[in-house]
Design a protein around this ligand. Sequence first.
Ligand SMILES: Cc1cc2nc3c(=O)[nH]c(=O)nc-3n(C[C@H](O)[C@H](O)[C@H](O)COP(=O)(O)OP(=O)(O)OC[C@H]3O[C@@H](n4cnc5c(N)ncnc54)[C@H](O)[C@@H]3O)c2cc1C
Length: 215
Amino acid sequence: MRFKPCGKLIVGTHDEPLNQLLPIQNKAQDNGVNDLVLLDAQQARDLEPELFCKAALLSPSTGIVDSHSLMLSYQGDFENAGGVVVFYASVNRVLVKDHGFELTMKDDTCIASRYLVNAAGLLAPLLAHFIEGYASSFAPQPYYAKGNYFTLSRKSFFQRLIYLVPEAAGLGVHLTLDMGNQDKFGPDVQWVDDPLDLEVDPSRGDSFYAEVRKY
Ligand SMILES: Cc1cc2nc3c(=O)[nH]c(=O)nc-3n(C[C@H](O)[C@H](O)[C@H](O)COP(=O)(O)OP(=O)(O)OC[C@H]3O[C@@H](n4cnc5c(N)ncnc54)[C@H](O)[C@@H]3O)c2cc1C
């Protein structure tokens, strides 16, 4: 699998950055991540000369992976363990039976199963509402937040991923590098009603500019 251990800086840009960064370092430690290093502004700039911050946390073990080859390797592990993956099989109907479930696909193929895990991502709450014999009061009410991204149309400024400290509903407009060295800024948080609304409004670029200028 292709991956790049590029590292990450989480940057504090406000006047008292340690109030933001130390809780993140503590939480990392609680989760068994012990290699975060606290840097002052100059130490951070020695690593990334174009960066502005008051202090930063360096995560040397963060990296990026090629998500498609990661999925392929998961599929390989699953099949080696005896699993079967069926692609292009949209589930249209689910019935609760005495000893399990009956699933009907878009092409009318039926599958009986003893257990069912509803992992349909953004559409999982909707699917839960359609399971016949399952009280829809158990199905959660979805709230959809869209995260827009903008790509940088010039050579990268940075070697590492750069994150602001997380905000209420997201990770903040951070800088992501991909395996092809393309920089992306995002995501912001835009509350929407339709989970399939993937249009990006170009006028949001102004607020991105303000966020990105912070670092
Ligand atoms: C641009 C972007 C960048 C991200 N970056 C990161 C990152 O760096 N690190 C990280 O940890 N996470 C990242 N995430 C988040 C991560 O991708 C998601 O949290 C994760 O994919 C959720 O997995 P899931 O299996 O719950 O849902 P999904 O990956 O959404 O899978 C749900 C699947 O269910 C299928 N499905 C839906 N309805 C039906 C139906 N009726 N019948 C059959 N199948 C159905 C869908 O086709 C889909 O394949 C990122 C997400 C985005 C969009």
